[in-house]
Design a protein around this ligand. Structure first.
Ligand SMILES: [Zn+2]
Ligand SMILES: [Zn+2]
Length: 195
């Protein structure tokens, strides 16, 4: 039986545990209709544009440039997702959790953990040491970007993983799986993309 492959690659600095969380989430949510593949590590590409992010004074990388890595790895019958732990942005945004086009996506784990946001008082209700919580939020971003790679648009429903998240609070609040409408759409898209 033919099926779509979702290949997850990661830049070398990503901890193995994080990669494991991402693969597990993908497999749990779409594993019944997609073959989830660990594509291993890739070197951080050279020439990626970066800027100094004013809040923390640390480098932030242009997601559009990073996206060329999974785009170049793309083959028919697959989508390729690149997981990185560097902070990313795109034009007009202070930061983003992920960026996707059809067939390829970039996911950053940098701002998913509540400890990134510890200066914000509202964060006190999230436990920084809670690994399961982090795994769940990272899983949402990975599954969301996967949805974009097969062609799913955003969804307004709060219980749906395709809801757009503009902040950690929105990410933490939204659902981990697809609503029934998005799931039905996803099934058709995945079927059409399989070779
Ligand atoms: Zn999105
Ligand atoms: Zn939905």
């Amino acid at each position: 039986m033919s099926s779509l492959r979702a290949v997850l690659v990661h830049t070398r600095e990503v901890p193995n545990e994080e990669k494991g969380f991402a693969l597990l989430a993908l497999d749990r949510v779409v594993g019944s209709v997609v073959r989830v593949v660990d594509g291993g590590a890739v070197g951080f590409p050279t020439g990626v544009r970066r800027r100094v992010e004013p809040w923390r004074g640390k480098y932030q990388y242009l997601a559009d440039d990073l996206l060329t890595v999974p785009q170049q790895m793309w083959t028919p019958g697959s989508v390729v997702l690149l997981l990185t732990s560097v902070d990313i942005y795109t034009r007009g945004m202070n930061y983003i959790f992920g960026l996707a086009t059809r067939g390829a996506a970039v996911i950053s784990s940098a701002r998913i953990h509540p400890s990134f946001w510890e200066a914000l008082p509202e964060m006190s209700r999230y436990l920084p040491e809670d690994k399961q919580f982090f795994a769940q939020q990272l899983g949402k971003v990975v599954v969301h970007e996967f949805g974009h790679t097969v062609g799913l648009p955003h969804c307004e429903r709060w219980d749906c993983v395709m809801r757009f998240s503009n902040s950690p609070f929105e990410l933490y609040r939204k659902g981990s799986t697809f609503c029934s409408d998005c799931w039905m759409r996803l099934l058709r898209l995945v079927h059409d993309l399989a070779v």
